[in-house]
Design a binder for this molecule. Structure first.
Ligand SMILES: *Cc1c(COP(=O)(O)O)cnc(C)c1O
Length: 371
């Protein structure tokens, strides 16, 4: 058998990520590969840093993209900020809070869980009770935009509470970045990670991260070495950091970074606030169409994410059959429910480049045809 070039189908990606990648970003990625220490490439890395500072709304020097998907950004935050024997408060209201717990435990630390039901925001009152009950905790971690449920938590309030009790904060912004208001400096977030393939609409494979001076200080003063060589910020920063010479650490995914750079330029052209407003506007349009079909939302109105719409599957409808037909007959991908929500909900993404009126109409019409 002769294997020939792979030709992927042209899909419309309206699931929980990856989202549709624009022609502009795809073309940027097809440009010639240069050496990762080529002066031209180093200049581009500096621009990626500046653009990430813009989308994160931060002046943090320690801002760059980890060379791996969002999960690696998560691991990077925990591996650097958590030491053996530490106590970390983890707020969980969906799948990704559970992964934070895994990370804490694998660092040899204890996770104190603050649980909220799937589909609700993290309850600040429960967090404060946990902070009072565990004065020896040094860190609070939570997910800003829970992609498994479509719920948004009040990051500003949760960070304020953590600081009131002298804890640093790790925030998961994989789905929130560029899709919903997020202000790292104004909200005083210490460590944050995101992903390239959600509301930035670049292909998967990179994880933007940012660390405050407070977090950097904590990392510099660790008692033990970071257990992960690849994610040790003390080493990575010799590669991404500061002026002058770059020390070889690993080979950056050169063309993938061209794609992230282009997607960030596009966010800058649109304006971050306009991007947030577009996501909100398109969410309202999709919501109206779904409600006209009698389809309702899992999350209460005030906690809903505009970029990830979790809706109940109508009674008597076969979940898998509908999603398969959408994919095979309409080239349309929507997301299934996870965990306890499997078979009960669909997750319809309106992320980044995929958040537009044409996709909303296409999704509503395809769903009508299949149902
Ligand atoms: C997608 C996602 C992740 C994981 O990102 P990957 O790029 O799939 O590794 C983490 N947290 C949240 C909230 C996500 O939506």
């Amino acid at each position: 058998m002769t294997i020939t070039s792979f030709q992927p189908p042209q899909r419309v990606l309206m699931g929980p990520g990856p989202s549709d990648v624009s022609e502009r970003v795809l073309q940027a990625m097809a440009r010639p590969t240069v050496g990762h220490l080529d002066p031209s490439f180093i200049g581009m890395m500096d621009e990626v840093k500046a653009l990430l500072q813009y989308v994160f709304q931060t002046k943090n020097e320690l801002t760059f993209a980890v060379s791996a998907p969002g999960s690696a950004g998560m691991e990077c935050c925990f591996a650097n900020l958590v030491e053996c024997g530490d106590k970390v408060i983890v707020c969980q209201n969906g799948v990704f809070g559970g992964r934070m717990k895994e990370n804490v435990e694998r660092c040899g630390a204890t996770a104190i869980m603050v649980e909220d039901s799937w589909g609700s925001a993290v309850d600040p009152q429960k967090l404060e009770e946990a902070l009072k009950a565990h004065p020896d905790a040094g860190l609070v971690a939570f997910v800003h935009a829970e992609t498994s449920t479509g719920a948004q938590s009040d990051a500003k309030t949760l960070v304020e509470l953590a600081h009131k009790y002298d804890c640093l904060t790790i925030v998961d912004a994989v789905t929130s970045l560029a899709g919903t208001p997020l202000k790292v400096d104004e909200w005083d977030i210490d460590a944050i990670y995101s992903g390239s393939q959600k509301c930035l609409s670049a292909p998967p494979g990179l994880s933007p991260v940012s660390f405050s001076e407070r977090a950097a200080e904590k990392i510099r003063n660790r008692k033990s070495r970071v257990q992960s060589w690849f994610l040790d910020l003390n080493l990575v920063m010799g590669y991404w950091g500061g002026e002058g010479k770059r020390a070889y650490h690993h080979t950056a995914p050169v063309n993938c970074l061209y794609g992230l750079h282009e997607s960030l330029v596009m966010v800058q052209e649109e304006g971050l606030e306009n991007s947030w407003a577009r996501h909100q506007h398109n969410h309202m349009a999709l919501r109206q169409g779904l409600e006209q079909m009698g389809i309702g939302f899992l999350v209460s109105e005030q906690d809903r994410l505009p970029q990830l719409n979790t809706v109940y599957i109508p009674d008597g409808v076969d979940d898998a059959e509908v999603r398969t037909r959408l994919l095979t007959e309409f080239d349309l991908e929507i997301g299934a429910g996870l965990g306890g929500l499997a078979g009960k909900v669909w997750r319809i993404g309106l992320m980044g480049h995929a958040s537009n009126q044409k996709n909303i109409d296409y999704c509503l019409n395809s769903l009508k045809a299949v149902l």
